[in-house]
Write a protein that binds this ligand. Structure first.
Ligand code: AMP
Length: 112
């Protein structure tokens, strides 16, 4: 099982923000902004580059999940960023697709 599958199965604790039948959202353990939440699909897709056409609904649900997280955490109006890291150059560390939702402060662009 991946780390995030264990969180979804409640085998590892997490600070959960929201949940649907398709995804679980919880606070990142090493937040990079005042709000830093991960939205993780319950279906194991290792990374976005391995998603297939049959994953379209899940991918859409993750973006809508990011919007819901932004609303619940109060950053929908002030602004937020959605990030997906794929592979070594992007710094991916957990091989289970996840959407980072970051906000609560001005975010620099481009990312370092
Ligand atoms: P990535 O680098 O895009 O693969 O992101 C993985 C993220 O998972 C990092 O931001 C980590 O801080 C976060 N993370 C790792 N372990 C946990 C955990 N047990 N609970 C919550 N977030 C975690």
């Amino acid at each position: 099982m991946t780390l995030f599958e264990k969180i979804i199965a409640r085998q590892i604790p997490a600070n959960i923000v929201a949940e649907t039948s398709e995804w679980l959202a919880f606070h990142d353990i090493q937040p990079q902004a005042p709000v830093h939440v991960l939205v993780v699909p319950k279906k194991l897709i290792p990374r976005v580059g391995e998603a297939g056409l049959d994953d379209a609904a899940v991918l859409g649900a993750l973006l809508l999940g990011a919007k819901e997280v932004a609303r619940l955490t109060g950053i929908l109006e002030t602004g937020f960023r959605v990030v997906i890291n794929h592979g070594a150059d992007a710094g991916e560390t957990v091989p289970h697709l996840h959407v980072h939702v970051l906000g609560g402060r001005p975010l620099g662009w481009p990312p370092g």
